[in-house]
Design a protein around this ligand. Structure first.
Ligand SMILES: Nc1ncnc2c1ncn2[C@@H]1O[C@H](COP(=O)(O)OP(=O)(O)OP(=O)(O)O)[C@@H](O)[C@H]1O
Ligand SMILES: [Mg+2]
Length: 408
């Protein structure tokens, strides 16, 4: 059967076991919404599932992993690998790996430790092409087509929209596209899930790999979350990857000459071990010795971080800065609420992998509560399922609203 270009196959999408003949419907053309959250450490995607009427995470990684690591590999012959494939190269050719691209994306040329130079825009183009192609194949309601609407997340601190749009142009993406600030997107996902009352306010604190970001939303009379102009999103350039760098620096001061050379030759691979070790502090991964001392293995032996050193680095690199920055913002929020004579409570949502770091949540919550109490505002902490994917699901909701499938 010949399929009109803008029609979408929904048979397989409805149920994998369904045997009814394929049905094509022009309405579904509109439902092809894809969100991409390009994080400093992890890339996430989600799409609009019209049957469920919700934004659903699209698993991108190998195995059970919902995300892919934000890694690229540039080989000596110029071949570029991305995500899981680049991660595998950490063990074979660590000096060809580019990590934390998002942190200096504004630089048009990226230096690869193996001596190669690569255009940042080329890496972004590869990332978008791979994810869009993957979504067109994997999301059954896309029926092999690219999304009609692509929504990209932006950190609070930087505006990369020109870079993102150029990358999309270079891959000849023809659909509609828009951007949304990351904490705002997370807020949309929470409001959609929990349906707070009109006038309610939500503060989002996102502890990522590259930045800790914040934003405030208010539910309007039509139950739509809107940004509050006086409380613009903000953030600090200090998060999970800065802890990894800080731990690496700390380790270097303790190594002998031979080990330093080993680390310098395999920096990306060692950083990856440090990152895993850091995450294992919360009981998630493996690089911890039986007595609980975190350890990084080098070719020339291994290095164990004393707990005290680890905690000092975490405090110095991110916790103190986050508590300080968030404190300033929360004071502003409380002043705004008093001036507007708005409700005396505000919801507060914590997202992002770095919130799990030792001491982070406890200290942030304590400081936020203290400021709220002093200003007569009750700050109520809330949760959301798949909190680290709230950004990308919220991005999809923004796209859905923009093309009028449903209003948010
Ligand atoms: N259990 C854990 N304990 C401590 N840190 C963790 C844990 N799990 C993940 N992280 C850290 O969280 C960071 C990744 O979080 P997330 O995916 O929210 O960031 P991102 O979206 O990639 O970055 P950004 O939003 O800042 O660009 C990494 O630094 C990672 O090491
Ligand atoms: Mg993020």
């Amino acid at each position: 059967m010949e399929v009109p270009e803008n029609f979408v196959l929904i048979k397989a999408w409805k149920s994998k076991t369904e045997t009814t003949p394929a049905i094509f419907t022009p309405e579904l053309e509109n439902t092809r919404v894809l969100g991409i959250d390009f994080g400093t450490s992890r890339i996430k995607a989600a799409y609009w599932d019209a049957e469920k009427g919700e934004a659903v995470v699209l698993p991108l990684g190998k195995g059970e992993r919902l995300y892919v690591p934000s890694l690229f590999h540039v080989s000596e012959d110029g071949k570029i690998r991305f995500g899981d494939e680049a991660e595998m190269m950490l063990h074979q050719d660590s000096s060809g790996v580019v990590e934390n691209l998002k942190l200096d994306l504004a630089k048009p040329i990226k230096y690869v430790p193996n001596g190669q130079l690569v255009k940042s825009g080329e890496l972004m183009a590869l990332l978008y092409r791979r994810i869009i192609d993957y979504a067109s194949r994997q999301v059954q309601s896309f029926g092999g087509n690219a999304p009609k609407m692509l929504v990209l997340t932006l950190p609070s601190c930087w505006d990369y929209s020109d870079i993102y749009m150029e990358a999309l142009e270079s891959i000849r993406y023809k659909g509609e596209k828009m951007v949304i600030r990351e904490p705002e997107a997370a807020g949309l996902a929470w409001v959609e899930e929990k349906k707070p009352e009109a006038g309610d306010m939500l503060m989002v604190l996102d502890f990522g790999g590259g930045t800790v970001d914040w934003a405030c939303l208010q539910v309007d009379d039509n139950h739509r979350p809107v940004m509050i102009p006086e409380l613009s999103p903000g953030g600090i350039y200090s998060a999970g990857s800065h802890v990894d760098d800080g731990l690496l620096d700390e380790m270097m001061t303790q190594l002998n000459r031979e080990q330093i050379i080993d680390v310098l030759q395999n920096r990306a691979q060692v950083l990856e071990q440090i990152r895993r070790m850091k995450e294992s502090q919360n009981g998630q991964a493996s690089l911890t010795r039986k007595d609980g001392v975190p350890e990084v293995s080098l070719r020339t032996g291994s290095f164990a971080f004393p707990k005290k050193v680890f905690e000092e680095v975490v405090k110095r690199e991110v916790v103190d800065l986050a508590v300080e920055g968030i404190g300033v913002y929360v004071k502003k929020v409380v002043r705004h609420m008093t001036a507007q004579n708005s409700k005396k409570h505000i919801w507060c949502l914590l997202t992002g992998g770095t919130r799990f770091l030792v001491g982070m949540e406890d200290q942030v919550v304590e400081r936020v509560m203290e400021i709220g109490k002093a200003g007569g505002v009750d700050i109520r902490f809330v949760k959301i399922d798949q909190a680290d994917f709230a950004m990308v699901r919220g991005a999809v909701l923004k796209g859905v609203s923009a093309i009028d499938i449903k209003s948010y």
